[in-house]
Ligand binder design. Structure first.
Ligand code: ATP
Length: 363
């Protein structure tokens, strides 16, 4: 038995409040099931609610708590009715990525058995690829810095050697790990190198990194063409790596391929810290109704355990991750559990109960 993990937990706003508690309970249940002590929970404030209450969307205490934790579990933040004086929304989850240098936004696009995707081709229901979104620069480098006057507004895209090389390196390493598990061993650079200087520079950096990984095939796609291929034949992809804004857009498209935002988990990983959170936002339109699908949050919890297994070199966390993922798969497998976002009637309570039941059955 090892000492317990310390988790920073940021429930945030809207449905974030509703999906966090069941996720933490499942993570704890999975840990106990593999013989580990329960994790120490540090619940921290951040988001539009924190801004309203404290005048700060990302208090210093919260940042310090995140830095001190072994991993950070974040639900969703933002509320369109609470804005900064310049009219922009409260997005501390993005500030946290900059603050902790979480440069690799990992968005697995894995079909859960029993969830029919929107594509007619059966291969569209067996997807398993990963999008890696650069998360510290690109067009988002301009957040809070763009200019605006009566006649025009500008936001500047920033692509650096360091930023591009480290995220490309992450993508190639991920492709190596997946190749060892039976995947094809390719990384696709998703860019617009034919039009923008910044993107031509991105591709040069990507190529420099590719030379260090002769066992992995580098591939290239222009972002517009990739958007089309992701609808036409997404099963051709293994790992893709892309600029921050392109990744923001394509990861929602990717979520649509696997049953909606409520099914899409993610991780934002840096060299020293990592945040795990669903791809979706705070969904203010359904907050408080109990209709939210908590699955993306559960799968993000499983990604956290998987990451901790590598970080802490402790296989039991990996087994806890495997069980939590399998419990999600088993809950949906026979097709009778249908979330409200897919036209069914299962919301937070029903889906949490089904996954808890399946996890218990794995004991
Ligand atoms: P952000 O920019 O913060 O990512 P967003 O503007 O993309 O947020 P979301 O909050 O993700 O918006 O919501 C988009 C739509 O998807 C809304 O109609 C919302 O109700 C729905 N949605 C998002 N997450 C879920 C979920 N977990 N379960 C059910 N519906 C969801």
């Amino acid at each position: 038995m090892t000492s317990s993990l310390s988790l920073a937990i940021l429930p945030g706003d809207g449905i974030g409040m509703e999906i966090t508690q069941p996720c933490v309970e499942l993570v704890q249940q999975a840990l106990v099931q593999v013989g580990e002590p329960k994790a120490e929970e540090k619940w921290l404030e951040a988001g539009a609610g924190a801004y309203t209450k404290l005048g700060n969307a990302l208090p210093d205490d919260t940042i310090a708590g995140c830095r001190a934790a072994d991993a950070i579990l974040l639900a969703a933040m933002g509320d369109p009715s609470v804005r900064y004086p310049d009219g922009t929304e409260i997005i501390p989850q993005i500030e946290l990525r900059f603050e902790l240098e979480l440069y690799a936004g990992v968005r697995p696009v894995r079909s859960v058995p029993g969830i029919k995707g929107p594509l007619a081709d059966p291969r569209g229901d067996q997807l398993d690829f990963v999008m890696v979104r650069e998360s510290t620069e690109g067009l988002f480098a301009s957040v809070g810095k763009g200019s605006r006057n009566e006649q025009q507004a500008t936001d500047t895209q920033v692509i650096t050697r360091k930023g591009t090389k480290r995220v490309s390196d992450f993508a190639f390493k991920l492709a190596q790990k997946r190749k060892a598990e039976g995947h094809i061993g390719e990384v696709t650079s998703v860019d617009k190198a034919n039009v923008f200087k910044s993107m031509a520079f991105w591709r040069d950096m990507f190529d420099e990194v590719a030379k260090d990984y002769p066992d992995i095939t580098p591939r290239y796609g222009y972002v517009d063409a990739v958007a089309m291929e992701m609808v036409r034949r997404p099963w051709i992809y293994d790992v893709m790596v892309t600029e921050n804004m392109y990744g923001d857009i394509l990861s929602d498209l990717a979520a649509g391929l696997i049953g909606g935002l409520g099914m899409a988990p993610s991780a934002d990983i840096g060299d020293d810290h990592a945040v795990f959170q669903p791809c979706h936002g705070s969904a203010p339109d359904i907050a408080g109704s109990g209709k939210a699908n908590p699955t993306a949050m559960f799968l993000s919890g499983a990604m956290m355990l998987d990451w901790l297994a590598v970080e802490k070199e402790h296989a039991a966390y990996g087994e806890a991750a495997r069980r939590l993922t399998l419990a999600v798969d088993n809950a949906f497998r026979d097709g009778t559990l249908v979330s409200t976002e897919r036209g069914g009637d299962a919301g937070v309570d029903a889906i949490s109960a089904a996954v808890t039941h399946q996890l218990t059955a794995l004991a």
